[in-house]
Design a binder for this molecule. Structure first.
Ligand SMILES: *Cc1c(COP(=O)(O)O)cnc(C)c1O
Length: 372
């Protein structure tokens, strides 16, 4: 992949401009003598909460933990119990389901809308049972779910809403950012995400002070104050160094998103090939974590682009219910999810990507015209 003419993602190059500031931050953190639960994390939490439009953010170890800690927090608060059902899009990354399973809850995967790739209110409505307690929409590829529709359905049925915003830093819906729509949200700062650390990190956002308190406690061994443990927690903390790096990169996030949107616009305008179905949605609301096209002859397209030196990947080749880990879900009938997994292909997208080479390579592909 590294020798592709247009790499799918070159994290080293993307992080290079931050090197001087990161060096300075490393010195600052070393000199402070505080490597956990210090000022860098506190500063990042405050700034990220404000950025998302939430009352609170809690820095945690990774995105999977962020989602898990919210669900466990709701259990501690008596809002959920073992065996409760959580509705989740079937075409998500497996971590979304793992968070549910790890919390003693039951994932109920539902087919997404094939056009937006996202969970929609009708799909949720069809999957409701007497045990449904949570809806877990995933802003897949950086495009936000239709949150007003999800929130009003949730209100109607008394459900909690947890946004999986791992791919959607800075994405908006009706002018309001991801992470501020649901009762809580989980973010990942895995290096390849829209806002990425130089290692693992994650955050919970919420405007519920009670939940924020419990999540903070659970992420620090269940400690409410030093050596006092009201609940059985875990160790899931963001470290000072990652927080310092995220503080630096958060300054540039809007500019970074502008670069991704410029690449998406170039693709929307430049790719003219009936074999490829381009993504839909409002360009400027999307965080464009991934630019995902669909093709009936996906494998041929992948081989063609690889030959042309264009890095591309499949997100995701095998949905969770087809994995060994979720053999218990293998009999679910999820035709849209199956079709998506067979037809999606992600093109390179990041600020400064050589979009013209990608466009030319896509336009040189000849294959069967797209049809659903
Ligand atoms: C990356 C990702 C996660 C997990 O985040 P980690 O920080 O890798 O644990 C969860 N959900 C989705 C949709 C993701 O893309």
């Amino acid at each position: 992949m590294a020798d592709a003419r247009v790499p799918f993602l070159d994290l080293r190059a993307l992080n290079e401009p931050f090197r001087p500031a990161i060096r300075e931050a490393l010195d600052r953190v070393m000199d402070s003598g505080y490597y956990l639960l210090g000022e860098e994390v506190a500063a990042f939490e405050g700034r990220f909460a404000r950025y998302c439009g939430c009352a609170a953010a809690i820095g945690v170890a990774n995105g999977l933990d962020a989602l898990t800690l919210v669900l466990r927090g709701w259990k501690e608060l008596g809002q959920l119990s073992d065996g409760d059902e959580v509705i989740v899009p079937a075409n998500t990354y497996i971590a979304t389901l793992l968070a549910i399973s790890a919390s003693g809850l039951v994932p109920v995967p539902v087919d997404p809308d094939a056009d937006s790739f996202n969970l929609d209110a009708d799909g949720v409505r069809r999957a409701l049972t007497a045990r449904t307690r949570v809806v877990l929409p995933v802003h897949l590829y950086g495009r936000m779910v239709d949150m007003p529709a999800i929130m009003s359905l949730a209100q109607e049925h008394g459900l909690l809403v947890l946004e999986d915003a791992a791919q959607a830093h800075g994405a908006t819906c009706e002018g309001q950012r991801a992470g501020s729509w649901g009762h809580a949200a989980g973010f990942s700062f895995y290096p390849g995400k829209v806002l990425g650390a130089l290692g693992d990190a994650g955050a919970v956002t919420t405007s519920d002070p009670e939940l924020a308190g419990v999540v903070r406690c659970l992420a620090n061994y269940g400690s409410s104050e030093k050596y006092i443990f009201p609940v059985k927690g875990s160790n899931s903390r963001m470290d000072e160094l990652q927080a310092a790096i995220l503080n630096i990169k958060l300054n540039e996030l809007e500019q970074h998103l502008t670069g991704r949107r410029a690449a998406a616009l170039a693709y929307q305008q430049g790719i003219a090939n009936s074999a490829l179905k381009l993504p839909t949605g409002v360009l400027d609301e999307h965080a464009w974590h991934l630019y995902v096209v669909r093709c009936r002859e996906r494998e041929r397209l992948r081989e063609h682009l690889t030959r042309e030196g264009i890095g591309c990947l499949i997100h995701y080749p095998l949905p969770p219910h087809r994995q060994g880990a979720y053999a218990d879900l293998s009999t679910r009938v999820l035709p849209i999810t199956e079709r998506l997994s067979e037809s999606v292909l992600s093109l390179p997208i990041y600020p400064g990507v050589d979009s013209q080479s990608v466009i030319d390579a896509c336009n040189r592909f000849s294959g069967a015209a797209w049809s659903e």
